[in-house]
Design a protein around this ligand. Structure first.
Ligand SMILES: Nc1ncnc2c1ncn2[C@@H]1O[C@H](COP(=O)(O)OP(=O)(O)OP(=O)(O)O)[C@@H](O)[C@H]1O
Length: 398
């Protein structure tokens, strides 16, 4: 076993499906009769057919983890099934060296009427282990899955979480060379998910992992390569996880700001993020640079003290930071302009948006709240997913 050894090679893999079953069956019969041998025919779409996976290429070495991301229906699971040999591609080739452990669909690979224990033996045998070898691993698998009480119950009576526990325990404890994991991990509870990530960290140096997920924090946590799929096609393939994730998020961005609350005591005229460059439609701020905002509004009531609150959220709408609040006194029907400056912005690389809240400085009651009022991206010259930096001083005492 050598680190860096090529374990998985995917060359020009494509798979087409048909949108309706009747036509699909008809094409199947036609193909059987005519014997589709020419690769040209395989690359042509007939009416109602579409590419679920199109021209995917990548290589994965021992110790590498590939994150496969994309919107619903992008073709990720189909590609995993091709890798696992469950589906034959229409064109292209998959070369795998060594043993494959896969956790693809809930309960897939298990016989529902057999018990958990019997299924462990079945799966082990499929992976090429002898009965004695499985005997030696059995206890570890049952312990890892934490389902000892239910190990002799038919798998069809297992809960979703129990199926995923058993599936991951078998896939990971059988020392696979290539480990394929679909979103299913999300079904496990937090304790089990954390345990799975710990296991992936432990086995990763000896394994090539392909990991499908919609959770970008999970992808950025474990992957060192990424493929973004869109309608079956690779939209980004590379080692800059941050760039792949940004491209994924930018597909879902909507520039419509969202007025959540408005009591008509002031109107927002404009909210501008002042930057020198714009990439892919987003204002760009260099990591450690200055964030400048230019906000214009008109106050409609007099003798009110307003408090301005600006919150920065990430693309999953989690609040990440809040700017220091500030107060101002209103004058009836008066336009006001406020310039905001935040220096040394050390947010991680990625896309962010602002929520703006104007509240009464006296009662704290909200007057106006607008979500997703402006988006920006933080970039960094390094290709790593830089975490949030906290300034610290170190006192070395000898
Ligand atoms: N057996 C099949 N017959 C016909 N179409 C199929 C079949 N399996 C998948 N598809 C279609 O292929 C496309 C890709 O599906 P796939 O399950 O690979 O997407 P995905 O990226 O895994 O999506 P999700 O994030 O929702 O799991 C979808 O349009 C789906 O409807």
């Amino acid at each position: 076993m050598t680190e860096g050894e090529l374990l998985l090679k995917v060359e020009n893999v494509s798979k087409k499906f048909c949108k309706d079953l009747k036509t699909s069956l008809w094409y199947g019969i036609k193909d059987l009769i005519s014997g589709v041998s020419s690769s040209n025919k395989e690359r042509i779409l007939r009416p109602k057919e579409f590419w679920a996976v199109k021209d995917i290429n990548f290589e994965l070495k021992r110790g590498e983890c590939l994150g496969l991301i994309g919107h619903n229906g992008a073709g990720k699971s189909t590609l995993l099934k091709i890798l696992n040999g469950l589906i034959k591609p229409d064109s292209g080739q998959v070369t795998i060296k060594g043993r494959v452990g896969a956790l693809i669909e809930l309960g897939a690979g298990f016989n529902p009427i057999l018990s958990g224990r019997e299924n462990i033996y079945n799966n082990g045998a499929i992976l090429g282990f002898t009965r004695k070898e499985i005997d030696d691993k059995l206890e570890d698998i049952i312990d890892f899955a934490e389902i000892r009480e239910f190990i002799d119950m038919p798998v069809q009576n297992y809960s979703s979480g129990m199926k995923v526990r058993l599936g991951f325990a078998v896939a990971a404890q059988m020392e696979p060379d290539v480990l394929i994991i679909d979103e299913v991990l999300a079904v496990g509870d937090l304790g089990f998910t954390l345990k799975c990530f710990k296991t992936i960290d432990t086995i990763l140096p000896n394994t090539a992992v392909v990991f499908v997920s919609h959770s970008m924090p999970m992808v950025s946590r474990i992957c060192n390569k990424i493929i973004l799929m869109e309608n079956g096609e690779p939209k980004y393939v590379g080692e800059d996880i941050g760039e792949g994730i940004d491209k994924y998020y930018s597909r879902f961005t909507n520039n419509n700001s969202n007025v959540v609350f408005d009591d008509n005591s002031l109107t927002l005229d404009s909210f501008k993020i002042k930057t020198e460059s714009v990439i892919n439609g987003f204002p760009v701020i260099n990591w450690g640079g200055n964030l400048k905002l230019d906000i214009n509004f008109t106050t409609k009531i007099k003798k009110e003290t307003f408090c301005i609150v600006i919150i920065i959220s990430d693309k999953e709408q989690r609040p990440i930071a809040m700017l220091q609040e500030s107060q101002f006194n209103s004058i009836e029907n008066k336009s006001m302009r406020v310039l905001v400056d935040v220096s040394d912005l050390q947010l991680s690389k990625g896309l962010y948006n602002f929520n703006l809240v104007m509240k009464s400085g006296m009662t704290n009651e909200p007057r106006l709240r607008i979500n997703n009022i402006g988006e920006f991206q933080v970039i960094h010259e390094k290709e790593v997913w830089q975490p949030f930096l906290l300034r610290a001083t170190y006192d070395f005492i000898s």
